[in-house]
Design a protein around this ligand. Structure first.
Ligand SMILES: O=C(O)CCC(=O)C(=O)O
Ligand SMILES: [Fe+2]
Length: 327
């Protein structure tokens, strides 16, 4: 018998959802957004991106399919309603354990963070010591991976429309960590560092190419090959979303129908990791400044005390003047 993915209704607890995501590597969030909202995002994309620019001809997305990048730039509804959906951010907060949680607190009030009660030294993780000549030295503590903080905040990795059209083949099963891992190696018990979300902008069915995912594969050894009966499909109605982890095997499904299968994909990564899609060129300041502060922060227009700063700009919103740079 084929495996399936666990599925949750919007009112189910984030704790329950994240426990399952950690255990199984993927979860479906049923009916998370109204179906017409997904239609509105699709219409906005169609208005802003010429058809020719949606054509794709790559190994992962061969001829016949459609792809669009920089979704947060071409659809403000996507940026405000899907990218920073509160339930999604709550789940990502629990998985990436940022110092500044993104879902619950006002953007400028880090002291409300549920992690604020963590035992701290210095700025949370460091202390200044001195030698016998009174020369000072920073000493870092490593945070507990299960409690964090595992990053200051998190950012968007990529935001793309992925549209499967009739006649494609099953996409090669892969792990999202593949863009980093070849260079850092496989580190057992590595802290989670990529959380992916795929919104169903049409119904996702077995016949139209719903995302294939392998529950449990985030704990497998790298060389274990998934058997066909170990592969589930994210069958879900329009407005639902499927989320998965950096080590979960997955890929787009094969379509046998003439209808399109449209998904809006975005990923979240710690602020200390390079974003997969270059967000500063994809969503330049003149577009980003029209978005909410939370959307700007997720896109990357925010810095920690030590990464991504611009002298003379505000840490929470790098598009305005302020302080926070270390120099
Ligand atoms: O479109 C899908 O269902 C998944 C696509 C995917 O994983 C990718 O292109 O990296
Ligand atoms: Fe992928």
């Amino acid at each position: 018998m084929r495996v399936s993915l666990s599925s949750f209704e919007p009112d189910e607890s984030v704790q329950e959802i994240t426990n399952t995501l950690k255990r199984e590597g993927g979860v479906i969030l049923q009916n998370l957004a109204p179906p017409d909202l997904l239609d509105s995002v699709y219409e906005e994309i169609q208005e802003n991106v010429p058809e020719a620019a949606q054509k794709s001809s790559t190994h992962l997305w061969p001829d016949g399919n459609r792809t669009v990048g920089a979704l947060a730039a071409v659809s403000s509804i996507f940026a405000e309603e899907l990218l920073i959906h509160p339930k999604v951010l709550e789940i990502v907060d629990a998985m990436l354990l940022p110092k500044r949680t993104m879902a619950l607190q006002p953007i400028d009030d880090a002291s409300n963070s549920p992690q604020a009660d963590r035992p701290t030294v210095g700025d949370g993780l460091w202390a200044i010591t001195e030698n016998e000549q009174k020369s000072s030295q920073l000493v870092w503590q490593v945070s507990d991976p299960d409690r964090g903080p595992n990053c200051d905040h998190y950012n968007l990795g990529a935001s793309v429309m992925l549209e499967v059209r009739e006649g494609n083949e099953n996409q090669v099963l892969h792990r999202e960590n593949a863009i980093y891992q070849p260079y850092i190696g496989y580190i057992p018990k590595m802290r989670e560092f990529v959380v992916s979300v795929m919104w169903a902008a049409t119904d996702f069915s077995e016949e139209n190419g719903a995302t294939r995912l392998v529950p449990g594969s985030h704990t497998w050894s790298e060389d274990r090959i998934a058997k066909e009966n170990e592969i589930a499909q994210a069958v879900m109605p329009k407005g639902s979303a499927v989320m998965w982890l950096s080590r979960t095997l997955h890929g787009a499904g094969k379509s046998r129908l003439s209808e399109r299968r449209t998904g809006f994909f975005h990923s979240f990564i710690p602020d200390w990791l390079r974003q997969e899609e270059n967000q500063y060129l994809s969503i330049p300041p003149e577009i980003a400044e029209k978005l909410s502060d939370r959307a700007k922060q997720v896109i990357g227009y925010s810095s920690s005390n030590s990464l991504g700063w611009v002298k003379g700009r505000a840490k929470e919103n790098l598009l305005v003047e302020g302080s926070g740079a270390p120099i």
